[in-house]
Design a binder for this molecule. Structure first.
Ligand SMILES: Nc1nc2c(ncn2[C@@H]2O[C@H](COP(=O)(O)OP(=O)(O)O)[C@@H](O)[C@H]2O)c(=O)[nH]1
Ligand SMILES: [Mg+2]
Length: 328
């Protein structure tokens, strides 16, 4: 290998070493999250930091903090809980300085977020099926590409079913992600029955010993009822084609829409169930406080979060890391 082009400030050993060797995988995941959440942090904690300066903890200060939290997509229930926790703990621990609020808030935010921690799902029978649902544009197809890469990197044999057959472009888009992440895809012509594709994919997944089947679905049909019926049908045929295979319906919501994202959960939960959430577009938004609302109000675990449009811009949701990144 030629050494030309390697400047003295850039030693060869460093340029060739995989990034994780010298940064450390945890550190880089944390740094990535921290930079993605910088606007959310400015929006919530930056503002709180300003108001607590040189103040005593009293009702007036707590009211100002309450207002900031509510305006930052944290939601009313989580805001009330946070304010009460700060009030109560400050009293118990004899804390009076405004600055102490930050430590108390961080502790309680961690506890709230931990409610969304994923506990082990049943995965005894293969394939595990993730039905990826959500309204149009939230990032279903992109997330499938990222998940395929993530699961493959963990040594899981992964397959994609292109069940958004509504538009040809949607099939093409998911096919490109399958190629990028180097996993098999089952697809059909646009306009074909999504349930038929799901059936073929589930059969193929069983036959090929696939560990995880990711099913891309449409987000928009003529009516909401149509969409929900289609999703139910997809679920039924998968149960038939792969009897006993655990099927999880994973709902994607767009974090950059803040509180508005929450209302979608009820609709999908009632129609097709919601076994897990994926919150996308947390990068570059100031509305990342929505994760606190999600954790307090929904009672659904958050599997992964989306932090960009690239193939690696995804992380398993780690509540402690999220809280630390907000306060870092
Ligand atoms: N910034 C950002 N953009 C995202 C993220 N996930 C998806 N997108 C973008 O959102 C748009 C819609 O994504 P797509 O996967 O087609 O959504 P779908 O209609 O639900 O399948 C695309 O432009 C994606 O690149 C994310 O985590 N962050
Ligand atoms: Mg799509």
């Amino acid at each position: 290998m030629s050494l030309s082009g390697c400047s003295p400030t850039c030693p060869l050993s460093m340029t060739l070493a995989p990034k994780t060797d010298w940064v450390g995988p945890m550190f880089s995941a944390f740094e990535k999250l921290k930079s993605s959440l910088s606007r959310t942090k400015d929006n919530i904690l930056g503002k709180i930091n300003e108001v607590v300066l040189r103040r005593k903890i009293d009702d007036e200060l707590l009211e100002e903090i309450e207002e900031i939290l509510i305006e930052s997509d944290v939601g009313v229930p989580a805001t009330m809980r946070l304010i009460e926790a700060v009030r109560e703990k400050a009293r118990q621990q004899g804390l009076t300085e405004g600055g102490d609020v930050m430590t108390l808030l961080k502790e309680e935010i961690k506890t709230i977020l931990a409610q969304s921690q994923v506990t082990n799902e049943a995965t005894a029978t293969k394939p595990v099926v993730w039905l990826i649902v959500g309204v149009n544009g939230v990032g279903k197809t992109t997330t499938i590409g990222k998940l395929a890469t993530l699961f493959s990197s963990e040594g899981k044999k992964t397959m994609i079913a292109a069940c958004d057959t509504f538009r040809a472009a949607a099939i093409e888009q998911v096919a490109i992600w399958a190629e990028r992440s180097n996993v098999d895809i089952v697809r059909s012509q646009s306009g074909s029955d999504p349930a038929a594709v799901a059936f073929d994919a589930a059969r193929a997944a069983v036959a090929r010993g696939v560990d995880i089947l990711l099913v891309d679905t449409a987000g928009r049909l003529h009516t909401k009822a149509n969409l929900m019926e289609e999703l139910k049908k997809i679920r039924r045929v998968i149960d038939k084609a792969a009897p006993g295979a655990p099927v999880f319906s994973k709902l994607i919501i767009d974090g950059s829409t803040g509180q508005n994202a929450l209302s979608q959960v009820k609709v999908f939960k009632d129609a097709v169930g919601c076994d897990g959430l994926i919150v996308t577009k947390l990068d570059g938004t100031a509305k990342g406080g929505v994760m606190i609302a999600v954790s307090e109000e929904l009672g659904v675990p958050v599997d992964v979060i989306g932090l960009g449009e690239g193939i690696d811009d995804i992380q398993k949701f780690d509540p402690a890391r999220y809280a630390e990144a907000l306060f870092a």
